[in-house]
Design a binder for this molecule. Structure first.
Ligand SMILES: Cc1cc2nc3c(=O)[nH]c(=O)nc-3n(C[C@H](O)[C@H](O)[C@H](O)COP(=O)(O)O)c2cc1C
Length: 157
């Protein structure tokens, strides 16, 4: 069975709600998924998964420091994450959510990870402004389903 790790930071729960909806959709595709707060993630877990999804609130147009710390520390596994599937999601109060997604994707791409865009809806990664509403939670379902499908296709698991 393919394995996916969702890692997120959330202070007031918005990013956490996105993470939970994405995890539900990934699991529905028959993929083994763990959904963890960044403080509970051991760096070596990144080696064990086929796909990594990273989520953050928008802080001044970029990822929160807690997520940046994880990504900076991930240099320990530089070159070892090459070819895994990656994706990012973010929440904001007003705007900057897409630059936040990109700030995360930059690191995942430097690791050599495979990132799929979406020709419909959220092109770069699912995002919310404020608490996710019903539409955004539905969008999380599409995002998680597409991610799981790609992981299964690439791994053949
Ligand atoms: C330090 C800090 C910086 C923030 N910067 C922005 C910002 O640049 N743009 C924005 O729209 N919201 C900004 N916000 C609001 C959060 O991104 C927003 O409330 C988000 O949904 C919180 O996610 P959470 O509930 O997962 O913690 C900021 C919040 C904090 C605490």
């Amino acid at each position: 069975m393919a394995k996916v790790l969702i890692v997120y930071y959330s202070r007031s729960g918005n990013t956490e709600s996105l993470a939970a909806a994405i995890a539900k959709a990934v699991a529905a595709e028959g993929v083994d998924v763990a959904c963890k707060k960044v403080k509970d993630v051991d760096l070596d877990e990144l080696l064990e998964v086929d796909g990594l999804i990273v989520g953050s609130p928008t802080y001044y147009g970029t990822m929160a420091a807690e997520i940046k710390r994880l990504l900076d520390d991930s240099i320990r596994h530089h070159r070892k994450l090459d070819g895994k599937v990656g994706a990012a999601f973010a929440s904001a109060a007003a705007s900057g959510q897409e630059t936040t997604v990109f700030s995360i994707l930059e690191a995942l791409l430097i690791h050599g990870m495979i990132v799929q865009g979406d020709p419909k809806g959220h092109h770069y990664g699912v995002t919310s402004v404020g608490a996710p509403d019903g539409q955004v939670l539905e969008d999380c379902g599409r995002f998680g389903q597409r991610f799981a499908a790609l992981v299964k296709q690439i791994t053949g698991k």
